[in-house]
Each structure stands twice: as structure tokens, then as C-alpha cells.
Design a protein around this ligand. Structure first.
Ligand code: ARG
Length: 458
């Protein structure tokens, strides 16, 4: 029996069972975390006198040399050794002999794997946060350059009211800000140490969990050993924060796809972020935002999958939980890859201010302003709304925009109209007039920008 747990068995494991139960194919991504956790554990074991100082040093040196060999690609994982934990223990014993078998004293793979995952997610949550900030930085940069650039603002994808382009893209800054806060908040719960919970009930050895937490940089330990080995909420939190963020990224991506179409022509994505067609030589496709939009699906899928795996599981550890890993790795890689792409794509895109401006000139999105004009002259808003509805209908019939109607034509709808209506209707004034807090007027956008920069501390 070559298995680390083979003592109780009289038969070899069925090969198919070995393949089904093995996680080494994917949990080898936890190798560094696993060794880091083991180094802390062995240090504590020897400090507590649970193993001798001498053995502690041998094991620590052995672990370090296993790590070196692993990084150099000199060791080969084996499916027969099931997972990353047993593979590394096997390497260690091969490296330093039977004394390596003392490493697992007072510990179980259950608290070990949970610890590895906490270490992994804590590190990657911090990296995710930094990447979100780089996208926010790219948005701020574009916004700063386009406070006075006007674009039609839409509701129902129908032109509604003109807005500053900076205002439009800053909306995504705030979505990402909330996303970032969700990840920051999740750190609180990922920053707990499960190790020391043993298989589920604790251990008979006089371990010092606080000391291990201190060595590994965790702010606290799980207070309940059964919860410690069976909690996967911290992964669900990453997956759910990631899902909401990918939903935001998919919305921004959709806008980039629309804006870069010939019909809109509001932005041009840099050549280095586009691809061509194998048959139509004229084409420049926005594959990157299309893929970011699509990748949202697998992140949602990973969240649904883990929620379903965990549903109805009795305490404490169950092998089902091994299914937590692939979705987590896939999500972390998808999310970080998407954010890495997004920042330079936003930075390098060309904003076609003239085309945006031309669109603003050729629509009826200043209609609300005529209504507000009449309200300021004393007409109740509901009545003004109906008057302007008729003005718009009339203008469409005449194939004219609102700025192109004569004063006489306006006066035929209401005596309250005067020469100053034309000033009110100029797009610059339409935008500048929305000077309420959080509105699109340049004054407000400047304020908003400085708030955004404060969040980034740039
Ligand atoms: N590979 C396992 C996992 O990822 C490690 C824990 C195994 N524990 C056990 N009692 N079989 O969940």
C-alpha cells in the first residue's frame, strides 16, 4: 500500500475512483500556499515542543527545497497521491526521510485545504482590488479630457438628454467603486485562519493557533472548528462580488461595441485591441469587449455552481467541497484577465467628439428644456409637457430640429415664448443647466471628478 492513508485498506484503489477523487490536476495551483501554511504549522509545532526543534528545522528545510524543486519543474505530481497536500507530503518524505511524516501532526487536510484557499483568495482579492483601481484610473483620465465633450444620453436606447461624455463614463467609475468596496469588505472574512481545527473537532496536541495566524498574517482564527473546515462563504463572496462586477463590465463592454459601430461611430478602439475578419477585409471587430461581455456568463456560472454544491451539505467537511476549486480559479483568472485588458483598452480608445457633437445637434433631446422654460415662465409642468409634445410633432412634420424653428412658430404654441428660447436650446446650455448635485453640468462633473480622484488618491 503506497498511499499515505493506505494502512486500513486491503485492496488497491480502482483507477477510475483514483481519477474521480484526485484534485491534483487543478489544486496544484495551491502549491505555494500549501507550503507556506506548512512552514507556519511546523514552526508552531516546534515552538510548542510538540516536535523537537531539530525535527522542525529539518522539515522546514525540506519544505523549502521541495518548493524550489517544484518551481524549477523538477518534481512530477502523481494522481495516485490524490491532491496537492499529499503530493507535497510525499515529496517531503522523499526529500528528508520519515521525519517528514511528523509535519501532519495535529492537522488534517480539512483545515489545511481551507487554509490554503484563504491564503490564495486573500492574495488575489488584494490583486483584484488593485486592478479595479487601474481601470478606474483609465476612466478618470478619459473623463478629464472630455468634460466638455457632449454625447446624447439615452433611456430605452432612445435619445433622452445630452450629457457630458465625462459624466457618462464616470458612471462606470462609481459602479467599479462599489465593486471595489465589496471586495474590500470580503477581506474581513477571508482574513481568518482555519488551521488548528483538525479534521473538525480540534486536536489533542497543545497547538497555538494565534501564533500560526500571526506567522501567516491572518487577523484572527475561526472560533469554531466545525465551521472552520466547512466554511466556503469566503469563496462565495469573491464569486458574488465578481459576478456583480462582471455585470458592470458587460454593460460597459456593450456600450463600447455599440459606440464603435459605424452607425454610432462615437469611439474608435485602438487597433491593438481589435481583430480583423478572415473574409471581409474592411472589418475591424471589437472582439475584446465582446468577449468581456461574454465572460460574465462563466463567472455567474461558477457562483451558481458553488452555491449548488454547498446547498444542503451537513457539517462538517464533505468531499463535495473539493468542487470549490476550479470555479474559484477560473473566476479569479477571468476577472483579473478582464480587468487587465480593460484599463489599456479604455486608455487607448479614441473618443470621436465631433461625431458625438453632431449627434447631439441632430436630435430632439433638448425638448425637456423647452418645457422647463415654460415652467419658469409660470406654466404648470404637465401643461408645458403637452405643449412641447405638440411642438416636437410639428417640428418632425417640418423636418426641422427644435433649434431650427422660427420664433413665430414657437409663439403659435404659446405666447410665453420669446427670443431667449434659442439660447436655452443650445446644447452647451442644455448641459450646463443641469447643475443640480450629481448632474451633468460641467461644474458638477468637475466636482465629481475630484471626488473620484479622492477615492483613488491620485
Ligand atoms: N483535496 C481535498 C479538497 O480539496 C482536500 C481535503 C480532503 N479531505 C479529506 N478528508 N478527504 O477538498
Amino acid at each position: 500500500m503506497s498511499k499515505l492513508w493506505g494502512g486500513r485498506f486491503t485492496k488497491e484503489t480502482n483507477k477510475l475512483v483514483e481519477e474521480l477523487t484526485a484534485s491534483i490536476g487543478f489544486d496544484q495551483k495551491l502549491a505555494e500556499e500549501d507550503i507556506e501554511g506548512s512552514l507556519a504549522h511546523v514552526k508552531m509545532l516546534s515552538e510548542q515542543g510538540i516536535i523537537s526543534e531539530d525535527d522542525g528545522e529539518k522539515i522546514a528545510a525540506g519544505l523549502k527545497s521541495v518548493k524550489k524543486k517544484l518551481l524549477a519543474g523538477e518534481l512530477e505530481y502523481s494522481v495516485a497521491d490524490e491532491d496537492i497536500h499529499m503530493n507535497i507530503e510525499k515529496f517531503l518524505i522523499e526529500e528528508i526521510g520519515p521525519v517528514g511524516g511528523k509535519l501532519h501532526t495535529g492537522r488534517s487536510r480539512n483545515d489545511q485545504v481551507a487554509t490554503d484557499m484563504h491564503l490564495y483568495l486573500k492574495k488575489h482579492t488584494k490583486e483584484t482590488i488593485a486592478l479595479i483601481e487601474s481601470v478606474q484610473g483609465a476612466i478618470v483620465e478619459q473623463a478629464e479630457a472630455h468634460i466638455d465633450t457632449m454625447i446624447p444620453g439615452y433611456t430605452h436606447l432612445q435619445r433622452a438628454q445630452p450629457v457630458s461624455f465625462a459624466h457618462h463614463i464616470l458612471a462606470y467609475f462609481w459602479m467599479l467603486e462599489r465593486d471595489k468596496q465589496r471586495f474590500i469588505d470580503s477581506l474581513e472574512r477571508v482574513d481568518l485562519l482555519p488551521l488548528g481545527a483538525g479534521a473538525m473537532a480540534g486536536t489533542t496536541f497543545p497547538i497555538d493557533r494565534e501564533r500560526v495566524a500571526e506567522i501567516l498574517g491572518f487577523q484572527d482564527v475561526y472560533p469554531n472548528s466545525m465551521d472552520a473546515v466547512s466554511d466556503r462563504d469566503f469563496i462565495l463572496e469573491y464569486l458574488s462580488a465578481a459576478s456583480v462586477m462582471m455585470m458592470h463590465i458587460s454593460r460597459l463592454s456593450e456600450e463600447l461595441v455599440i459606440w464603435s459601430s459605424e452607425e454610432f461611430s462615437f469611439v474608435e478602439l485602438d487597433d491593438s485591441f481589435c481583430t480583423g475578419s478572415s473574409i471581409m477585409p474592411q472589418k475591424k471587430n471589437p472582439d475584446v469587449p465582446e468577449l468581456l461581455r461574454a465572460k460574465t456568463g462563466r463567472v455567474y456560472g461558477n457562483l451558481m455552481s458553488l452555491l449548488t454544491v454547498l446547498k444542503g451539505l451537513p457539517l462538517a467537511y464533505n468531499k463535495d467541497m473539493q468542487e470549490d476549486k476550479e470555479g474559484m480559479f477560473d473566476t479569479v483568472e477571468t476577472v483579473m484577465g478582464s480587468l487587465k485588458m480593460l484599463a489599456p483598452m479604455i486608455e487607448t480608445m479614441t473618443v470621436k467628439s465631433d461625431a458625438m457633437r453632431a449627434a447631439v445637434n441632430e436630435d430632439y433631446s433638448n425638448a425637456t428644456d423647452i418645457a422647463d422654460y415654460l415652467v419658469n415662465k409660470g406654466m404648470p409642468f404637465r401643461e408645458a409637457h403637452s405643449v412641447i409634445g405638440r411642438v416636437v410633432l410639428y417640428a418632425i412634420g417640418k423636418k426641422k430640429y427644435l433649434l431650427q424653428l422660427e420664433l413665430d412658430e414657437y409663439k403659435s404654441f404659446s405666447e410665453l415664448f420669446d427670443e431667449d428660447i434659442f439660447e436655452v436650446l443650445a446644447p452647451e446650455n442644455v448641459v450646463a443647466a443641469r447643475n443640480s448635485e450629481g448632474g451633468t453640468a460641467p461644474k458638477q462633473v468637475v466636482k465629481q471628478l475630484s471626488l473620484a480622484k479622492e477615492k483613488l488618491k491620485v
